[in-house]
Design a binder for this molecule. Structure first.
Ligand code: NDP
Length: 247
């Protein structure tokens, strides 16, 4: 596992937006950020799941989160701009942005991938993170120590047969991460990195490997050290890096 121990108040005073915050790794990331003092903006497409995470954070006495129901497949620039306006009015800045939401999509020979499936997946996994990042840049620049994290995959770093548009979308995210990171010229304090979670016990993993024993893989909460490291002050100066949550 990534070797990092976060202090309890690591993210105190930080506002962190997590996409796909209602389930799996995004849910664990939201809970973990809140437990370390952050005010979390919970973005996702299923309101009931976001509300459950909200309730869990409130019941634990962590900073009150915000809920942002948004389907990344249907969202347009105006949705992202409206969200940026709301966040600006409420918080005036954004310290962390975790692009976690993703679709697995069809895993088959490239010949068999339907164009509409390709486009749907690229919309959620690539176009939405691009548009959301673009809209959030002024808020990130307003934060003293902002961190953008793209959740990638091993198949986004080395191509693998039958992983179809999912793998290609993760390569695109790694590219977006690298370009954005290279654009940070020191005039603002934004760092941009990616994390490959590695095999993790979630619904997506189960869909990808239905025959696998789920207990074989760590729970999402166990892979949080890498996320906390990148979102907190200890990663200051770390920019353009592709990390592995499993070390
Ligand atoms: P899950 O499928 O468990 O969770 C994905 C989350 O994304 C859900 O909260 C889901 O919302 C949300 N989401 C999907 N589509 C949309 C959409 N159109 N609009 C808004 N939100 C959406 O996946 P994981 O937690 O396993 O994966 C999280 C990230 O980690 C992904 O980027 C994945 O590629 C990556 N990853 C995961 C690995 C693993 O082993 N689990 C390994 C390598 C990478 P809802 O719950 O409402 O459907």
């Amino acid at each position: 596992m990534f070797d990092y121990r976060a202090t309890p108040d690591l993210l105190q005073g930080r506002v962190i937006l997590v996409t796909g915050a209602g389930d799996g790794i995004g849910r664990a990331c939201a809970l973990s950020c809140a437990a370390h003092g952050a005010t979390v903006v919970l973005l996702g497409r299923t309101l009931s799941k976001l509300e459950a995470v909200y309730d869990e954070i409130e019941a634990a006495g962590h900073p009150q989160p915000a809920i942002c129901p948004l389907n990344l497949e249907a969202a347009v620039d105006k949705d992202y701009d409206d969200l940026a306006d709301q966040l600006f009015d409420t918080f005036g800045k954004l310290d962390g942005l975790v692009h976690n939401a993703a679709l697995l999509g069809p895993r088959t020979l490239m010949d068999n991938v339907k164009t509409e499936d390709w486009q749907q997946l690229m919309q959620v996994n690539v176009n939405a993170p691009f548009a959301l990042t673009k809209a959030m840049m002024p808020l990130l620049r307003a934060a003293p120590d902002a961190s953008v994290v793209f959740v990638s995959s091993s198949v986004g770093r080395k191509g693998r047969a039958y992983w179809g548009p999912y793998a290609v979308s993760k390569f695109a995210l790694e590219g977006l991460m690298q370009v954005l990171a290279d654009e940070q010229d020191g005039t603002s304090e934004i760092r941009v990195n990616s994390i490959n979670p590695g095999a993790t016990r979630t619904a997506m993993r189960k869909a990808a490997y239905p025959a696998e024993e789920p207990e074989k893989n760590p729970e999402p909460a166990e892979i949080m050290p890498a996320f906390l490291y990148l979102l907190g002050p200890d990663s200051k100066g770390v920019n353009g890096q592709a990390l592995n949550a499993r070390g």
